[in-house]
Design a protein around this ligand. Structure first.
Ligand SMILES: *Cc1c(COP(=O)(O)O)cnc(C)c1O
Length: 388
């Protein structure tokens, strides 16, 4: 039996052991220590962010981002239906309600439909935008850069500015993805196109800290608020004075130490992701019913997760058969997330003209994409697909 090929596994082959040992040797193992600051600095340097605030995970980063951008109980936040469910849940943590949008050809939120919705079905009064149907305030737009593909934000950004809807980017999957704005020519890292962005370092992401996240923003005010709220809202560190409800959301030094080591290798990982994407594409060319999903042309995408599309996708049966067969041969693949507007906690929430998401769900599966995936393993995955 040949070696099992996981979908996306971490690769610990750099300075991780050295830096973690340093934490253990010095006793700095908790939520203070120089690796947390070093990691924040490294993420700032890499992304060009004015500020970076390390959090315990990407979900916590999103929760804080919503709060500090002014999302309040009873508000609504525009979210994509096609995404891992975490960002949708954080909307509820903040007491607000998700308003679901359809996806585009790159699995990202369809910003044309978002614009149509804002222009047709909302009203603007007293400096805020209200959903005409529910009367609730639209407090934020939360696009997700799915699989590392940059969501198209160029046109929607101006409208959101006019309508005072902050854009909070879920860049959890898109470390290494750069948005190339055709007007200015200035490259911007995803997460820094809107007001604030959140990155994740979960075990399956392009780099990992074990578990971890980061808020990135150019706003000094938001960064200060994020740091304050993620560390229990301490107004006086010695005398325990708190003027707000805080959270214990700070990243630990051990996690940050792993992150510093991982980030050193990001350029190499990005190159592997690209090489394997090209190889998959080549090997799949002669297979009539299967092709690799394309990526948006207006960005440099990190190619974190590969999406395979099945031509004959009748009710998702071919997809499930492929997943089962490959599982039996030790190759892990997964379907796309089930659309969130159909998940039990969210069925009552508004879903706006969702027409494409189910079709994408039926025809898509993710195939192995780890950064230590050798060309031989990519070839084996494709051979297994051929047999299935
Ligand atoms: C991984 C992920 C998150 C959550 O990040 P964690 O660090 O696991 O909390 C949020 N949104 C998306 C789209 C993700 O893929």
């Amino acid at each position: 039996m040949s070696e099992r090929i996981p979908l996306s596994a971490p690769c610990i082959d750099g300075n991780e052991w050295t830096y973690v040992k340093d934490c253990l040797d010095t006793g700095w193992v908790s939520s203070a220590g120089r690796y947390v600051e070093r990691f924040e600095e490294a993420v700032r340097d890499y992304t060009g962010a004015g500020h970076a605030v390390a959090c315990i995970n990407g979900t916590a980063a999103l929760h804080i981002a919503l709060i500090i951008c002014g999302v309040r109980p009873g508000d609504e936040v525009i979210v994509p239906t096609v995404t891992f469910i975490a960002p949708v849940n954080t909307v509820r943590y903040a007491g607000a309600f998700p308003l679901f949008m359809d996806c585009d050809e790159y699995y990202n939120i369809d910003t044309d439909k978002v614009m149509e919705f804002i222009l047709k079905d909302t009203r603007f009064s007293d400096g805020a935008t209200y959903n005409a149907r529910t009367g609730r305030r639209i407090a934020a737009l939360l696009p997700v850069h799915v699989f590392g593909n940059a969501a198209r934000l160029q046109d929607i950004s101006a409208l959101c500015r006019q309508r005072r809807i902050p854009v909070i980017e879920d860049a959890t999957e898109s470390l290494g993805t750069w948005y190339t704005d055709s007007s200015g020519g200035r490259k911007r890292h995803t997460g820094l196109v809107g007001r604030i962005g959140c990155i994740s370092f979960n075990g399956n992401k392009i780099i990992t800290t074990g578990g971890g996240g980061m808020i990135v923003t150019d706003s000094t005010v938001l960064a200060r608020r994020a740091r304050y709220l993620t560390t229990q809202a301490k107004d006086d560190e010695l005398y325990y004075v708190h003027k707000e409800v805080g959270y214990n959301y700070r990243m630990s030094n051990v996690n940050a130490a792993i992150g510093v080591a991982q980030l050193e290798k990001l350029p190499r990982y990005l190159a592997v992701k690209r090489a394997n994407y090209v190889l998959y594409q080549e090997l799949l060319t002669d297979m009539e019913d299967l092709c690799l999903a394309g990526v948006p042309p207006y960005a440099e995408n990190n190619l974190w997760m590969y999406a395979l599309q099945i031509g004959d996708s009748s009710r998702g049966k071919s997809r499930d058969r492929i997943i089962d067969t490959l599982q039996g041969h030790g190759v892990e693949t997964r379907p796309l997330w089930y659309p969130n507007h159909l998940q039990k906690p969210y069925r009552q929430c508004q879903a706006y003209r969702i027409e494409k998401a189910m079709g994408m769900w039926r025809k898509t599966l993710n195939i192995p994409c780890s950064v230590d995936l050798s060309p031989e393993k990519v070839t084996r995955v494709v051979e297994e697909l051929r047999h299935a």
